[in-house]
Ligand binder design. Sequence first.
Ligand code: FAD
Length: 486
Amino acid sequence: MLGYYGEYDVIVCGGGTSGVSAAIAAARAGAKTLIIERVGQLGGQMNYSGPPGFSFAWLYNARHEQIVGGISKEIYDMMLEDGHAMAEHHQKWRAAYQFNYIDPDWFGMYIYQLLTEAGCEFMLHSLVTEVVREGDEVKGVICEHPGGRSMVLGKVVIDCTGEGEVCYMAGAQTDILPKDLLEPATVAFTCDGVDWDRFMEYFMNHLEEFDFNHIYDPYINMNEDEIRDEIRKNVKTIEDVGEIMGFVCLHEKAMKVGEWHNYSGVGFFIMPREGGRIQAHFQHSSQVGHVDCTDVRDLTRVEIEAREQNEIAYKFFRKYVPGFESMYITRVCPEARIRETRRVVGDYILTAEDVAEARKFEDVIGKSSFPTGPKHVLPTDENTTNGTLTVASVARHPKDGGSNDIPYRTLVVKGLENILVAGKAISTDRPSHNRFLQQTMVTGQAAGCAAAICAGKGITPRQLEESVNELQDLLLKQGAILYGTH
Ligand SMILES: Cc1cc2nc3c(=O)[nH]c(=O)nc-3n(C[C@H](O)[C@H](O)[C@H](O)COP(=O)(O)OP(=O)(O)OC[C@H]3O[C@@H](n4cnc5c(N)ncnc54)[C@H](O)[C@@H]3O)c2cc1C
């Protein structure tokens, strides 16, 4: 039997980083807001199935101008003050690739407090399974949860499911690549018990074994050897490095005897814990490719294969990597993390050209300095020993060390009324896929503010496109950065 749950100004579907940002922003703007989440834990890939390897990175562009403020920065600052985040590291060689590492479990606790203080209501353990639609207008959603099914009505619905699930249910146009070209999915795990002094001694004495290509930025223009020189001069502790990729000789040695697998390179990130403790976080050690995670058979296969790969990776680190001999697992994420599925088609599709040209838009709602591509894609030849390969191999960085604007229209779902999308599924072409954490919080906050304004004025998100001044003013009041950077 279908029950009636209630009526809201703004319904946020999905409580990952985009969802919590949307809900905090909407509730702070005075809207009666409900956040609906499939599991009990809010935070999505940040903490439930995360964290992302480099946490809140890319809050700055390669010029080290701050380009992301708002709820992301507020949470980071709060956690830093309380000892649950690591200080920012601004080294020249990292360009925009700076880390604002936070403790994911504390993030998961703080967000309930922020949502409660903002006045947001929660509907947890509830899966959105249908959309209530009249013509082109979305009127609400139907959820399944312990005890049955309920209908919730809302003036504006925001899809923050990461996979554009609600937009898809509502009949929106979406784009998804053939599954061999989609990025692989991963189950991440974290370990403690690492002797960091011993590891750092090995690292500093074998820098040629490690890979720094992926942090190359044309604005800084340092090659790998120059980066290694900078590391020799400036790096003291594991916190100064943050991400370790490569282990070329150890990798080759293990591959020869079947003690590493074909599906990823060797490396890890770090996770800050209470009292300055650092753990090793493995988010690339399993990669299951050739899967479309909107297909339950593929998604099921990911969960099983990723765990097999992680076991191999765990044994490899204990056996081969100095300092990791006594490591032990403290967390295996409860479910796979999905890099890529659908992108929703909106009133504007952000392009690779927009990113590379660091384009500015009249309807700016936030900024990003993340380059386009390359994407992780697994080779179709199962016998390769290269681990992760990439297509779209040329990364295009925003020109002159700058950043591109994200236009409001990328959140407005083409062909439908009263619905916005935020997070990983916003409207972009494939190379400029906005799947990074800070991008999801920027678009979440903007969608929340836009929805609150629309609900208050009785207009649709599409009508708001005609004049976004009020939205931009509200975002600025909430600490967002919209202007004044390259
Ligand atoms: C392996 C991997 C490594 C990554 N590394 C990095 C990195 O180093 N740095 C970085 O910045 N980013 C990284 N990312 C990307 C980043 O973590 C995610 O893109 C981002 O967290 C997604 O946020 P989101 O809010 O869009 O979606 P999610 O965090 O996925 O949140 C979606 C939420 O919606 C809920 N939901 C889904 N469907 C429904 C439904 N029907 N009803 C109710 N609730 C629903 C889910 O339970 C979830 O809580 C990585 C991603 C992966 C997979």
